[in-house]
Design a protein around this ligand. Structure first.
Ligand code: HEC
Length: 264
């Protein structure tokens, strides 16, 4: 029974209600249950029982959390926390036990290496934890992630303006044509003529995290309603015989190399 999520959530809710009334009898009963409760907490919920319980969230409220969290844990963990901190309140486990702050390393395209933007990586971690990985028998987490990659690459970012921005001057928006932090940040810094350590660049990235969290929650809400339809059909590996993005000429110019292809 303790592995059953619904029972678990209900019993947690019941404990909270009982605790809230301050009823003495309930308090005594709870004290007696102490050992059991802590065992249940240590065991937790089966984290591989997908999908994880999801309640629809407000995209703008989520974006605000992501924006503010950026200044604490940077892009990747900010996006994860923007969703999971709310679900921790609304649902409880497994979100309550999930250590989102561990994903601070996603900053700067992973520790400043400029690979995938942490905002996109964080969003994809969230979608695949909630919906489940493709090998679990559902492909929608995978599809939402592909949509996030394409949206991130094609959209003039940031799209979201926070209610109380730390920078009040208008910030330029740029299209990266790539989910890579290096290219995304680089194109923006060129357009804005602001260095990496500037307040403006930091706020731009906080807003990109907020924009990505907003988009992610829109997609998750559609999924929850049964209205989600994948939009990205891009598969570089299939089309070009090599993993990558659609912007081959950005780096290779006119002479895009042809990888060895299977004989047909
Ligand atoms: C972010 C920059 C970047 C993008 C975008 C990019 N490449 Fe590359 N690619 C490279 C670099 C750098 C190398 C290594 C080049 C070398 O070793 O000479 C490489 C190597 C390759 C190779 C290995 C063979 C060779 O000649 O080096 C192939 C094939 C290739 N790229 C194809 C593509 C295709 C097709 C696309 C688009 C779908 C693409 N690349 C997009 C940077 C990029």
């Amino acid at each position: 029974m303790l592995n059953n999520d619904r029972n678990n959530v209900e019993s947690v809710a019941r404990r909270q209600v009982l605790a809230g009334t301050g009823a003495l009898a309930a308090g005594v009963a709870l004290a007696g249950l102490g050992g059991l409760v802590s065992t249940a907490h240590a065991t937790g919920r089966d984290m591989t029982a997908w999908p994880w319980p999801y309640r629809k969230l407000d995209p703008a409220a989520t974006a605000e959390i992501a924006y503010n969290e950026w200044y604490r844990v940077f892009c990747g963990a900010a996006v994860i926390n923007s969703v999971f901190s709310q679900l921790k309140e609304k649902v409880g486990e497994p979100y309550a036990s999930f250590p989102s702050d561990a994903f601070v390393f996603l900053e700067g395209g992973q520790l400043g290496w400029g690979t995938i933007c942490g905002s996109a990586a964080g969003a994809n971690i969230v979608a695949n934890l909630i919906i489940g990985p493709r090998i679990s028998g559902t492909s929608e987490g995978h599809e939402i992630s592909a949509d996030i990659m394409q949206w991130y690459s094609e959209t003039e970012l940031p799209t979201y303006t926070p209610k109380k921005p730390k920078i009040t001057a208008r910030l330029p928006t740029t299209t990266s044509d790539s989910p890579l932090c290096h290219i995304s940040v680089g194109r923006w810094m060129k357009a804005a003529n602001k260095p990496l350590k500037s307040k403006e660049r930091k706020d731009r990235c906080a807003r990109v995290a907020a924009s990505t969290a907003f988009r992610l929650v829109e997609l998750l809400n559609q999924w929850k309603d049964g209205d989600y339809e994948a939009t990205s059909d891009f598969s570089c590996a299939k089309e070009n015989g090599i993993t990558g993005q659609y912007n081959c000429m950005d780096c290779h110019g006119e002479n895009v190399p042809q990888p060895p292809m299977p004989k047909t």
